[in-house]
Design a protein around this ligand. Structure first.
Ligand code: IMP
Ligand code: MG
Length: 185
C-alpha cells in the first residue's frame, strides 16, 4: 500500500491539533465525543495529547448503502453517549469527506442542549464537500483518494495500520482474494 502519512507525521499532526484545541478551550472543562468506529485510534491518541480536564464518550454513526437505502442514509445511535446537557462538546471523527456525517451528528447533538459543539477531524479530503458545515479543527488535508489505516477502514479492515495508506487497485485485488479464502474456511 502507498503510505500517505507516516506514523511520525500522524503523531505530529495530532499533537499540533491538540495544541489548537487546548488554546480554544483554555480553563474550561471539555466533553469529547468520538464518532464510532473510525475515530477510535485518533480518539485514543488525541485525548492523551490534551492536558486539560475532560469527560470522554462515544456516539455511533453508520451509513447503510444497501438495496433499500440510498447513499448518505445515516443511522445515528446516541444511546451509548454520556450526558452532554450544558457541556462544551468536541466531536472527534476520522475524516471529513462529503461532510454529511458530521453535519448530521452535530445536528443530532443539538437535541441534548449542549452549551457548545465543535468538531475535530484527522483528515479533510479536498474537493469533496457537499455541505456548508465546516469542522473546527483539521489535522491534515489530503487529496481525493480512498485511504485506510489509523482507524479508517475498507470493509472494516485495515483500521489497525499505524500509518495512513491509499488503497489502490492491487490492494483491492489482494483484499478480495483474502476475503475469498476466509469465507471458504
Ligand atoms: P462523509 O459523510 O462523506 O463526510 O464521510 C463519512 C464517513 O465515510 C467517514 O466517517 C468514513 O467512515 C467514511 N469515509 C470517507 N472517505 C473515506 C476513506 O477515504 N477511507 C475510509 N473511510 C472513508
Ligand atoms: Mg467507515
Amino acid at each position: 500500500m502507498k503510505t500517505l502519512l507516516s506514523k511520525e507525521a500522524l503523531h505530529d499532526g495530532v499533537a499540533a491539533m491538540a495544541r489548537e484545541i487546548e488554546t480554544t478551550y483554555e480553563g474550561r472543562q471539555l466533553t469529547i465525543v468520538g464518532v464510532l468506529t473510525g475515530s477510535v485510534v485518533l480518539l485514543a491518541d488525541l485525548i492523551r495529547h490534551i492536558d486539560q480536564p475532560m469527560r470522554v464518550g462515544v456516539i455511533q454513526a453508520s451509513s447503510y448503502r444497501g438495496a433499500t437505502t440510498t447513499r448518505g442514509d445515516l443511522i445515528i445511535n446516541s444511546e451509548l453517549m454520556l450526558d452532554i446537557t450544558g457541556r462544551d462538546v468536541l466531536l472527534v471523527d476520522d475524516i471529513f469527506d462529503t461532510g454529511h456525517t458530521l453535519e448530521q451528528v452535530v445536528e443530532k447533538l443539538g437535541d441534548f442542549n449542549p452549551a457548545s459543539v465543535r468538531s475535530s477531524v484527522l483528515l479533510r479530503k479536498q474537493g469533496r464537500q457537499e455541505v456548508s458545515y465546516e469542522p473546527d479543527f483539521v489535522a491534515f488535508e489530503i487529496p481525493d483518494e480512498f485511504v485506510v489505516g489509523y482507524g479508517l477502514d475498507y470493509e472494516d479492515m485495515y483500521r489497525n495500520l499505524p500509518y495512513l495508506a491509499a488503497l489502490e487497485e492491487d490492494d483491492l485485488k489482494r483484499h478480495r482474494e483474502l476475503e475469498k479464502q476466509t469465507q471458504a474456511l
